[in-house]
Design a protein around this ligand. Structure first.
Ligand SMILES: Cc1ncc(COP(=O)(O)O)c(C=O)c1O
Length: 429
């Protein structure tokens, strides 16, 4: 954390420009470390340099409402020269999701913003029932409260190993008051069984099924996880920076015209500035992802499994030994002193995530993610080395750890997936 040299009596308020000069120097000094840090946080990822560069352009401060770049519709002109990129990005997402480009909505500014739009659009009349997954079963922390704030009755259901409790769900559906089942699995080492839920929801119209695949979007778009739209979900939403290596932003998609119209109407009210530069970065990432996403997505899961097994070999208590550890990018690890080990790793430039609410695992533990090292090019070899480094941090072997990490940081990142467009999928596994 940056500590300021400013006079404590006056502080930032007395010299805001001096403070900003200090912070600017701090950013310049820390950016090289940020760019080579090894990030094992499952809700983060890294963009390609091409996508990232778009965030620093003048487009970041422009309104752009003319989504289809239609002639004689330029009420705000700032986005005109590059408007086609957003259109091309929507087309790329529609190919990746196998749906009509018109029904892909790239306007949400984050996963939670997309969630709010979906709840408002599809939640039905006030007092109708909206179902989501208990946080203790891996559901998102905000969903239930948002549902209640929007005037609906929130009813959570259990979910175990990717299977929503169909008995609980059917009892709720049978009341006839359910407008929406919002499947928001966040903390999971398992694939959500969408098909079984869709089959049940279909029997209780007008209930709809919406799947929030924020964590697994990259796995879905890369074909390593099933596409919820193929298994009966009426719509999906997502953030774009977890397993999908895009910017902080959101997405909505459906294969149904009426559902699209409902989502679109709510989105127009809930998003005005849509953070144009991040939409451009998302579009760029989708176009790149079409060339490498398949290989990357299967490598993420393979790497997560290698990381998990290697950590177990080093004596860590890793969740899911009996079932191959993980079917996603997430690896959950019980560590005796999670914050102490995390501090040591951070000093080495390795960032891990400590979570307290993992289903079935109360108390703080590591929730690791394999997506970011994988997109940068990590293979099974690097994942084994990462497990060794985490063990060195736990065991206090600081000099051996320091040496291995600096070499490892240089090695990861030599062959990012976005730079290997000419190579066949999966060649680096
Ligand atoms: C299922 C789910 N929905 C929504 C979100 C929120 O996304 P964002 O942080 O982009 O707003 C998350 C983030 O973890 C999530 O897992």
């Amino acid at each position: 954390m940056h500590t300021t040299n400013l006079n404590p009596a006056g502080g930032v308020a007395a010299d805001p420009l001096g403070y900003l000069a200090e912070i600017t120097a701090c950013i310049a000094a820390t950016e090289p470390l940020n760019r080579t840090a090894i990030n094992l946080v499952p809700s983060e990822n890294r963009m390609s340099p091409t996508a990232h560069a778009l965030l620093g352009t003048d487009y970041s401060n422009r309104y752009h409402f003319n989504e289809d770049a239609a002639a004689a519709q330029w009420e705000f002109r700032g986005g005109e020269p590059i408007a086609q990129l957003e259109v091309a990005g929507r087309d790329a997402f529609s190919r990746l999701l196998r749906t009509n480009a018109e029904w892909v909505n790239l306007r949400p500014i984050s996963g939670l913003n997309a969630m709010m739009i979906a709840l408002i659009a599809l939640g039905g009349a006030p007092e109708s029932t909206v179902v989501s997954i208990f946080q203790a079963s891996g559901g998102h922390y905000a969903t239930g409260e948002l549902i209640s704030r929007f005037g609906h009755r929130w009813r959570p259901v259990d979910c175990v190993d990717g299977h929503i409790d169909l008995g609980q769900l059917e009892r709720l559906l049978a009341t006839g008051s359910v407008s929406l089942v919002y499947a928001d699995l966040q903390n999971s080492r398992h694939v959500l069984d969408v098909g079984a839920v869709a089959e049940l929801v279909d029997r209780y119209p007008p209930a709809r099924l919406h799947v929030d695949c924020s964590h697994t979007l990259g796995l879905v778009l890369g074909g390593a996880h099933p596409n919820p739209l193929d298994y009966g979900a009426g719509s999906i939403s997502s953030s774009m920076h977890k397993t999908f290596p895009g910017p902080h932003r959101g997405l909505l998609a459906t294969r149904d015209k009426t559902t699209h119209a409902l989502l679109r109407k709510a989105q127009v009210t809930m998003v005005s500035s849509h953070h144009f530069a991040t939409a451009l970065a998302a579009a760029c990432t989708a176009l790149e992802f079409e060339t490498y996403g398949g290989g990357y997505a299967s490598a993420v899961i393979a790497n997560a499994r290698v990381l998990a097994a290697s950590l177990a070999d080093h004596g860590f208590d890793v969740a899911g030994a009996e079932s191959g550890y993980t079917d996603t990018h997430q690896v959950w690890v019980r560590v005796k002193d999670p914050f102490g080990v995390s501090d040591q790793l951070a000093r080495w430039g390795i960032r891990v995530n400590v979570q307290r609410d993992l289903p079935g695992y109360p108390g703080p533990m590591f929730r690791l993610g394999a997506a970011e090292p994988t997109v940068l090019g990590a293979t099974a070899t690097e994942m084994r080395d990462l497990a060794a480094v985490i063990a060195m941090a736990r065991d206090g072997h600081t000099s051996r750890g320091t040496a291995l990490v600096s070499e490892l940081r240089a090695r990861i990142g030599r062959r990012p997936w976005w730079s290997r467009t000419a190579e066949p999928d999966g060649v680096w596994l």
